[in-house]
Design a protein around this ligand. Structure first.
Ligand SMILES: [Zn+2]
Length: 354
């Protein structure tokens, strides 16, 4: 592999996005089209209103997603159930045969549409035990939501108070700590014995930006997401982890659209929309680390290996070209507008859009 500066084009398999919000209804036209351009599979988050917490809702949601896949593309939606009080051990028993890939746990109130989340970890223990037995992965939004915990500390406190005991009590449960944002999370992931199936997804925004991007020179709502952007030390630790070649860390964009008026608001929603051009954003980050050669495994292999799903038979490849380009100011989003992550700023990389 030549030095990064000499690489003018990356030709990679289509990516897997192991953490994606597609929303519902007429939002799907935009979100499914954008993601399926560069992703062949995605784990689809269940935090709709109402939450996807039974098989019928998951089946209907999958059917709606499939209807919105543009002609000629293969895109597989890996469906999740939302861990609410409607999830019983019986649900877990049937999950695999009903086409459910994983169960997502949002601590109550952690992010968009998480009001039905469960606040007591102990109440979930019978469910976790069944998931461990059946090999159903647990995807975690790893933040405590106690009002006395500082928003910048919520992930680190979650790891110490919740995740470490959970890992100890269910040593065979497959756990993904979603969208990690801190050096503490990286340190934790690196400390776990290899036999314990624990991994983490990392978003493009947490690799590229720190909280100054959100807060300095005026508040910039389109950089507001949860977990919130952290400091530069944290960003550097994440970039190091993502580009280290350690298979515990892999791609999950957490792309999460909100209409412009819901972000530019006195109580703006959390979420960054990166599905428009996520591979170019990741290429920008990996280039900064001098590690473009590490992008393929991070985006196309490590996650698939972790979840034990095939990585063969790619029908399309993705070309990411070194080509300075400006991210559009906005995108159509049903009857609204949507501001993509890093809108109106320049990137060194571009994916070819059709
Ligand atoms: Zn998310």
């Amino acid at each position: 592999m030549p030095p990064n500066q000499q690489i003018t084009e990356l030709t990679l398999p289509l990516f897997d996005d192991f953490h994606l919000h597609l929303r519902a209804g007429n939002a799907l036209k935009r979100t499914v089209s954008d993601a399926s351009f560069w992703a062949r599979r995605a784990i689809v988050m269940p935090n709709l209103q109402p939450p996807v917490d039974n098989f019928d809702l998951a089946d209907n949601y999958r059917a709606d997603i499939i209807k919105n896949i543009p002609a000629g593309r293969n895109f597989e939606a890996l469906m999740t159930l939302y861990l609410s009080e409607n999830i019983k051990t019986d649900t877990v028993k049937q999950a695999k045969e009903r086409g459910i890939f994983a169960i997502k746990w949002y601590p109550k109130g952690a992010t968009t549409n998480s009001e039905q989340g469960i606040s007591s970890v102990q109440a979930c223990y019978p469910i976790f035990a069944e998931m461990e037995k059946r090999g159903v992965p647990l995807l975690i939004h790893g933040e405590v939501t106690d009002t006395d915990i500082d928003i910048f500390e919520r992930e680190a406190v979650f790891i110490d108070r919740v995740l470490i005991p959970l890992r100890r009590d269910f040593p065979a449960l497959q756990i993904t700590l979603e969208h990690i944002t801190t050096a503490r999370a990286v340190e934790y992931l690196l400390s776990i014995p290899e036999a314990e199936k624990t991994a983490a997804t990392i978003t493009p925004q947490h690799l590229l930006f720190n909280r100054n991007q959100l807060l300095v020179g005026g508040i910039k709502p389109h950089f507001y997401c949860l977990p919130i952007l952290k400091c530069e030390t944290d960003r550097k630790a994440l970039l190091q982890a993502a580009t280290s070649g350690n298979p515990r860390f892999f791609l999950g964009t957490d792309s999460a659209p909100h209409a412009q008026h819901k972000k530019e608001n006195s109580c703006g929603c959390a979420g960054c929309y990166s599905a428009w051009n996520a591979p170019a954003l990741y290429a920008q980050a990996f280039e900064e680390a001098g590690a473009l050669d590490k992008l393929e495994n991070f985006a196309c292999k490590f996650g698939a290996d972790f979840y034990d799903i095939a990585t063969e038979n790619y029908e399309r490849v993705l070309k990411i070209s070194r080509e300075e380009n400006t991210i559009p100011a906005n995108l159509d989003y049903a009857e609204d507008k949507l501001i993509p992550l890093f809108a109106e700023n320049k990137l060194n990389w571009q994916i070819k859009k059709n």
